[in-house]
Design a binder for this molecule. Structure first.
Ligand SMILES: [Zn+2]
Length: 561
C-alpha cells in the first residue's frame, strides 16, 4: 500500500514532510485545525482506509512492525506537566514505529512548547489545548501564558486580537472566543517559524531560546538531551548553518559530543610536538588575523609539529579538522571569561586528547581561560605544559618571538620528521568520516596532494583517490578510492541497492540494506552486482531501511563493477 507520509527535510529528530489527509496534502509539522480534520483522523483509526492511523496508549508495549502513516500518542495530554514522562514517551514511540510514520500528540501543543515537541520528533499537533486554555481564561504566547485580567491589549497583531477594544467590558464568553482564536493563531505562527527553522537546520537555537521562559521546558530539553543515542542517530554530520552556542544547554548538543568522540576514537595517533592555540571568532581558524599572526611567526616549523585549537564548547580541534562542522561554523558569546562548567568540559576533552595521542612535548601559546584549561588538563593527565605567552598577550611581538625561539630549540632537540600538512586534512577527515584505519589503507602508497586550501585532493599513480569538497569540508571518495575502500571495509558506510543503475538520486524504496551507522550528509559507497557508486546520504542508514519513501542518497560518481 502506498504510504501517505513522506519526510522531505530533517533537522535531527525534527522533520518537515508531506501528509496526505484524505483529499488534501498538508505540510508537516501540521496543526489539525477544524473539527472535520480531527474527525477525519479519528475515523481512520484501525480502519483500512487510505490513511492508516494507529493509537499507542502504552509506549512500552508498541506492537512490532507498526507501519502506520500516522501514529497517535494516546493520552498525550497527561504529559503536559511531566517532562520526564514526555521525554521518555516521545523518544520511545519514535524508536518503536517506522521512520516514515508521522507522530501526532493530541491536546498537548501550546505556542510555548510546540518547538520542543517538534524538536523531539512530533509531526502533527492540534489546537485543542490552546482552546481549552482560552476557556480557562488564558492568552497563550510563545513565551508563556497570561490571564485575561492581566493581559495588556491588544495581545498581538492577529485577526482575533484586532477585535478587542476592552476585554473587561465584554462578557467572559466573548473573551474566550477571541482568546481561543488568538491562541490557535499564535500556535500556527510558531509552527511556521519552526518549519522554516527545520529547513534551515537551526531549530535547536530556537528551542534553547524558548526554554528560557519555562522551567518545565528547560527540564524537558535537558531530559531529552540525556537521550544521546536517539538524537545522534538522527543528527546530520555537517551543516552549513552557524551553530550558535548561547545557552548552558548548548554544550549538550550531540554534534559537539560526537565531534569530540570521533577525534579521540577515529583519528590516527599523533606523536612529537603539540602546539595548543586559542580559538578565534573567524572560522576556519587559520583564516583569522590572530592565527595568521601566530602561524607566520612559526611557518618554517609547521611541517614538523602538530597544531590543535582549544575552544568552548567544542573542546579540542586538530588543525586538520578546522573545516569540518561544527568547528567550521559556530559562534559563541565572547566575554573573556568562561563559566566553571565550560573550563571543566574543555579541560576534560583536552585531557582525553592528550591521553589518546602520544606527544613528547606540549606547548601552549594561550592566555586567560585557555591557560586555566591547559593547567587543569595537565594536572588531570599528569603532564607538563610549556607556556610561551608573555604578559598574557598572545599576539605581542615578545610572545610571538618567544614561541618561535622555544619551538626552534625543541625541534633541534627532538628532530621530528616533516609532513605534508595538506595530507593531514585529507587523511584526518577520511578517518573522522569513515573510521579508524581507513586512511592508512586507502593511502598506503603515499599519495600526491594538490589543490588550494581547503579543497585538497589526493592522487596515487596519477589517479585521483579523494577530494575535500566545499561547502562541507568533508572528503569524498572517487570510484578508484571507493574500490580501495571496499577491499577492506565493504559493508561499512555502504548502501546496497536493488538491481538497477542509479541516476541522480537513489530513493529509500530502492535500498536493500544500508549500514545503520550512516548519518545524513555522510559520504557513502553505493553498490549492487552491476555498479559501484559514491554519493552523499540524505537520511540515516537505519532510516533508509525503515522507510519506503524519500531520497536516500545523491549519487556523485558511478561505474560498472
Ligand atoms: Zn492575537
Amino acid at each position: 500500500m502506498k504510504r501517505q507520509f513522506e519526510v522531505i527535510k530533517r533537522d535531527g529528530a525534527a522533520r518537515v514532510g508531506k501528509l496526505n489527509l484524505s483529499d488534501k496534502i498538508v505540510s508537516t509539522p501540521y496543526m489539525l485545525k477544524t473539527k472535520e480534520e480531527l474527525e477525519l483522523v479519528r475515523e481512520q483509526i484501525g480502519e483500512n482506509g487510505e490513511l492508516k492511523v494507529e493509537v499507542i496508549d502504552d509506549v512500552e508495549k508498541i506492537p512490532l512492525g507498526i507501519g502506520a502513516d500516522l501514529v497517535i500518542l494516546g493520552g498525550a495530554v497527561r504529559f503536559e506537566k511531566d517532562p520526564r514522562g514526555l521525554s521518555a514517551a516521545l523518544t520511545t514511540i519514535r524508536e518503536g514505529v517506522n521512520a516514515d510514520s508521522a507522530l501526532y500528540t493530541p491536546a498537548l501543543a501550546t505556542p510555548e512548547n510546540v518547538s520542543l515537541l517538534v524538536y523531539a520528533g512530533v509531526d502533527v499537533i492540534d489546537g485543542i489545548l490552546a482552546e481549552a486554555k482560552a476557556t480557562e481564561g488564558f492568552f497563550l504566547h510563545d513565551d508563556g501564558e497570561e490571564r485575561f485580567q492581566d493581559a495588556q491589549l491588544p495581545q498581538c497583531t492577529c485577526d482575533a486580537c484586532q477585535q478587542i477594544e476592552d476585554l473587561k467590558s465584554r462578557p467572559f464568553e466573548k473573551s474566550v472566543e477571541i482568546a481561543s482564536q488568538h491562541n490557535k493563531n499564535a500556535l500556527q505562527a510558531e509552527l511556521y517559524r519552526i518549519s522554516a527553522r527545520v529547513s534551515r537546520g537551526t531549530l535547536r537555537e530556537l528551542v534553547e531560546g524558548r526554554c528560557r521562559a519555562s522551567t518545565t521546558l528547560t527540564a524537558l530539553l535537558r531530559l531529552l538531551d540525556e537521550n544521546y543515542d536517539y538524537f545522534e542517530k538522527r543528527a546530520p554530520i555537517v551543516r552549513t548553518s552557524t551553530m550558535l552556542a548561547c545557552a548552558q544547554e548548548s554544550v549538550n548538543r550531540v554534534e559537539i559530543r560526537r565531534f569530540s568522540e570521533r577525534v579521540i576514537t577515529r583519528l590516527k595517533q599523533r606523536h612529537g610536538i603539540l602546539l595548543l592555540l586559542p580559538c578565534s571568532a573567524k572560522k576556519p581558524y587559520s583564516t583569522s588575523m590572530s592565527h595568521k599572526m601566530i602561524l607566520s611567526s612559526i611557518w618554517k616549523f609547521r611541517r614538523s609539529i602538530n597544531e590543535a585549537i582549544i575552544s568552548s564548547p567544542i573542546g579540542v580541534i586538530p588543525r586538520s579538522l578546522e573545516c569540518v562542522y561544527p568547528p567550521s561554523n559556530y559562534d559563541v558569546p565572547v566575554t573573556g571569561t568562561w563559566i566553571c562548567d565550560e573550563t571543566k568540559w574543555v579541560s576534560a576533552r583536552l585531557g582525553e586528547y592528550l591521553k589518546a595521542n602520544s606527544f613528547d612535548v606540549i606547548l601552549a601559546h594561550v592566555s586567560g581561560p585557555y591557560k586555566d584549561v591547559c593547567d587543569e588538563a595537565a594536572t588531570l593527565f599528569q603532564t607538563d605544559v610549556i607556556y610561551t605567552t608573555i604578559n598574557e598577550d598572545v599576539l605581542s611581538s615578545a610572545s610571538l618571538n618567544n614561541l618561535k625561539e622555544v619551538m626552534q630549540g625543541l625541534i633541534k632537540e627532538h628532530q621530528p620528521p616533516k609532513r605534508d600538512l595538506r595530507f593531514d586534512y585529507i587523511r584526518d577527515t577520511i578517518d573522522y568520516q569513515f573510521g579508524k584505519g581507513v586512511s592508512d589503507h586507502i593511502f598506503s602508497d603515499s599519495p600526491k596532494i594538490r589543490g588550494i586550501y581547503p579543497t585538497y585532493h589526493a592522487s596515487s599513480n596519477g589517479v585521483r583517490i579523494a577530494t575535500i569538497v566545499k561547502p562541507y569540508g568533508t572528503t569524498t571518495l572517487t570510484i578508484p578510492g571507493a574500490r580501495r575502500y571496499l577491499e577492506r571495509f565493504e559493508g561499512h558506510y555502504c548502501v546496497y541497492i536493488d538491481d538497477f543503475v542509479p541516476k541522480g538520486t537513489v530513493f529509500a524504496v530502492g535500498v536493500l540494506s544500508a549500514d545503520p551507522i550512516i548519518r545524513p550528509y555522510d559520504e557513502v559507497v553505493v553498490l549492487n552486482d552491476e555498479v559501484v557508486a559514491t554519493g552523499r546520504a540524505l537520511m540515516s542508514g537505519w532510516e533508509m531501511q525503515s522507510s519506503t519513501r524519500g531520497g536516500a542518497v545523491v549519487i556523485r560518481h558511478i561505474e560498472k563493477r
